[in-house]
Design a protein around this ligand. Structure first.
Ligand code: NDP
Ligand code: MG
Ligand code: MG
Length: 341
């Protein structure tokens, strides 16, 4: 059984006694900075010159500085810029200004696991990775709850890196739900696999193929949209609450029988073999290298794939239909329908 941590296992005063620099104020950065601040922690947000995020952080009353200034003053530096730019920020602005003995906190193990950032021996290296999007990390905290976190220590220079990691996890509200002990390697490899094979890659492709199959057979796109995309949320809610068994309990016997006989026809053992190949590319570093090389070249492959996804025929159908759904409220994010960059 994995080791679990809750609020009673952590001492909030550890992180409250530190000066914390949160580098980046995006999805995770804004949530960590605001939750820590509301937990009584001294937080400064570190941003680049001319940052579009500066006004947002200042409007929340947070102290904002350049990355170099924030790091120079900090006992704990939290790196929450996008994974593909972290090593540049680390090399140019964090490493040269990092106090002796200052701790580094990551929200994902990518740069440590694949060796893109190699901190010196004297620093604690910890990870507190919420298992949910940043906007939920903030919303749950405000509502008195938390998003579960996974916690790891890669380097325990001080001898008290676990106390710091758990205190930080409590500060962002994660231990109100639960903390799970892991390693940088396990978190990085399972996180990449989950998003590629199932949560993002697998689900997106499944929806698109389902939509194509129905519309190519002559069914109305609006009806196809409801069947293969809209209803997915309702099904996933049941799975989230009570596992696949609860979902099968709730649907009709017809749907349940169809699940048993057709699920394995669609998702064949080949798919599992493909998943194993995806995992092998993650473990070997081949995926990381492909991503970082493309990013370093200005991300041509990434941009092309993003445009292709946005142009899939299901997208305009959904945009028009969602305008008609009075019950779908915009969430508290900056996302504007039809404007994703
Ligand atoms: P975002 O893409 O939301 O981060 C954007 C922020 O980073 C902005 O404030 C941006 O500032 C800043 N930034 C971008 N480039 C630079 C730069 N060169 N120098 C300084 N600041 C920069 O990141 P996420 O929150 O998605 O991810 C952060 C970390 O959290 C990653 O390690 C990710 O894997 C992890 N994570 C993310 C999750 C999520 O919900 N998104 C879930 C769990 C973990 P500007 O306005 O100047 O562009
Ligand atoms: Mg991820
Ligand atoms: Mg149905």
């Amino acid at each position: 059984m994995a080791e679990l941590f809750y609020d009673d296992d952590a001492d909030l005063s550890v992180i409250q006694s530190k000066k914390v620099a949160v580098i980046g104020y995006g999805s995770q950065g804004h949530a960590h900075a605001l939750n820590l601040r509301d937990s009584g922690v001294d937080v400064t947000v570190g941003l680049r010159e001319g940052s579009a995020s500066r006004a947002k952080a200042e409007n929340e009353g947070l102290a904002v500085a350049t990355v170099a200034e924030a790091v120079t003053a900090a006992d704990v530096v939290v790196i929450l810029a996008p994974d593909q730019v972290q090593r540049h920020i680390y090399r140019d602005e964090i490493a040269p200004n990092l106090k002796d003995g200052a701790a580094l906190v990551f929200g994902h193990g990518f740069n440590i696991r694949f060796g893109y950032i190699k901190p010196e021996a004297g620093h604690d290296i910890v990870m507190v990775a919420p298992k949910g999007p940043g906007h939920l990390v903030r919303r749950e905290y405000v509502d008195g709850r938390g998003v579960p976190v996974i916690v790891a220590v890669e380097q325990d220079a001080s001898g008290s890196a676990w106390d710091l990691a758990l205190s930080y996890a409590k500060g962002i509200g994660g231990l109100r739900a639960a903390g799970i002990k892991t390693t940088f390697t396990e978190e990085t490899e399972t996180d990449l696999f989950g998003e590629q094979a199932v949560l993002c890659g697998g689900v997106s492709q499944l929806i698109q193929y389902g939509f194509e199959t129905l519309t190519e057979a002559g069914y109305q796109p609006e009806v196809a949209y409801f069947e293969v995309l809209h209803e997915l949320k309702l099904i996933v809610d049941l799975i989230f609450e009570g596992g696949i068994t609860k979902q099968r309990w709730s649907v009709s016997d017809t749907a349940e029988y169809g699940d048993y006989v057709s699920g394995p026809r669609v998702i064949t053992p080949d798919v599992k073999a493909n998943m194993q190949a995806v995992l092998a590319d993650i473990q070997s570093g081949a995926f990381a290298e492909r991503f970082i090389t493309d990013q370093d070249n200005g991300a041509p492959e990434f941009q092309e794939l993003r445009a292709k996804g946005q142009n899939h025929p299901i997208e305009p159908v959904g945009r028009e239909l969602r305008k008609l759904f009075a019950w779908v409220k915009p969430s508290d994010t900056d996302y504007v329908e039809g404007s994703a960059a």
